[in-house]
Ligand binder design. Structure first.
Ligand code: FEO
Length: 387
């Protein structure tokens, strides 16, 4: 449980959640960290907290540097419980500390914990003087909740960005240059796709502000601290927030008696003939949060379901619910599926994709085991529509 000095007098003292595998429905195969930072200055400052079950781990790390009773300020850049769960425990150790958050942050903390703590509300442009260093606050609402803000320290060129630029990744390494780059970027993409994707416009606003700051270290609240690959992560956030896509098609389906699967393979071949990268996902075997990582850069999203009880398969319904919530923009959709008699599934999928705002290709709906000739005709039409 060692703390890590990032720059002179500034420490990472967060918690490592090695066993986390599910973060509100997001499969976190590599665990996560909740990054908290301690600044030793004339005023001792803690930036963000950890999940409740890691409170002792965080306090142990702080205690190796300073008596937690000496903390003057606790900055809560965000109030979601992965960053505030340990707040009641640390407040028992430093009950006079002032808790600093945005207006929505203070409101949320008061409603959540109902404690008579000493709060200070800060807004964009406000500055907190620690002695040698000053901390500047910038509100970044909806990246990822309405209360979010980031904290910037110009003397150290450090940005404490909270959820922005995070990755769900547990490791003993603390810095991006100590860890395989591709894995870090994959986890950053998965994090963006599953957490930040609905808030592209707000991300772009935040990027504009961040672009004006001199930064050599980004300290997010999850995963690795970024000091080497800042241009790369900023570039990716620009692309993702603009919904830039690649020449890539996803074929996502579930099947009852392999007929919808047969259609899925034909759809995949259609995109292949038009030189698209393709990825096939049977919803029985791939978690919806991993499919979202691919959706982040896919132009076409093709979804297939057979009809079950006048409806779609529950796996497909679950995926569509998740997809709608994350609201990717500017994609093109295709609904397909086989049926026995009712045949409602393709229409239901199509309606759901339309409600996501997707432009739609002509649906492919075939009865029982698809007739080769009819299928060939349908695929010809599909190929003619692919741009
Ligand atoms: Fe990592 Fe929105 O909390």
């Amino acid at each position: 449980m060692l703390p890590k000095e990032i720059k002179k007098g500034i420490y990472w003292i967060g918690g490592i959640d090695w066993d986390l595998r599910n973060f509100h429905g997001y499969l976190t195969q590599r665990g996560s960290t909740y990054n908290s930072y301690l600044i030793i200055d004339e005023k001792v400052t803690l930036i963000d907290n950890v999940k409740y079950h890691l409170a002792d781990e965080m306090i142990n790390r702080i205690s190796q540097i300073i008596d937690p009773a000496k903390i003057d300020y606790i900055i809560q850049n965000h109030i979601e419980m992965d960053h505030t769960g340990s707040l009641p425990t640390i407040m028992e150790k430093c009950s006079n500390a002032k808790i600093i958050a945005s207006p929505k942050g203070v409101e949320g903390l008061q409603k959540h914990f109902r404690q008579n703590w000493n709060f200070r509300i800060v807004k964009s442009g406000d500055i907190l003087d620690l002695g040698k260093r000053k901390l500047h606050f910038v509100q970044t609402p909806m990246v990822h909740w309405p209360d979010n803000m980031v904290t910037y320290c110009p003397e150290e060129k450090m940005l404490f960005s909270n959820d922005a630029f995070g990755q769900h990744l547990a490791s003993s390494e603390r810095f991006d240059d100590e860890f395989p780059f591709n894995i870090m970027m994959h986890e950053a993409a998965k994090y963006y796709a599953n957490i930040v994707l609905p808030y592209g416009r707000q991300v772009q606003k935040a990027l504009k502000i961040v672009g004006c700051l001199e930064i050599d270290t980004i300290c997010p609240s999850h995963g690795l601290i970024i000091r080497k690959y800042i241009p790369q992560i900023l570039e990716k956030y620009k692309e993702w927030s603009a919904n830039e896509v690649e020449k890539k098609a996803l074929i996502i389906y579930d099947t009852m008696w392999k007929s919808t699967e047969k259609l899925a393979h034909s759809v995949q071949e259609a995109f292949e003939t038009k030189n698209y990268q393709t990825r096939m996902f049977n919803l029985q075997y791939t978690h919806i949060s991993d499919i979202m990582t691919e959706i982040l850069t896919a132009k076409y999203i093709c979804i297939g379901s057979p009809t079950l009880n006048n409806n779609i398969l529950p796996t497909v319904a679950s995926f569509l619910t998740y997809l709608k919530g994350l609201a990717p923009k500017g994609r093109i959709g295709l609904a397909f599926g086989s049926y026995g008699w009712g045949g409602q599934s393709v229409g239901i999928v199509e309606k759901e994709l339309e409600s996501c705002g997707f432009e739609m290709l002509e649906q492919i709906k075939l009865q029982y085991i698809p007739d080769e000739k009819i299928l060939e005709e349908k695929i010809k039409i599909l190929i003619s529509q692919i741009q």
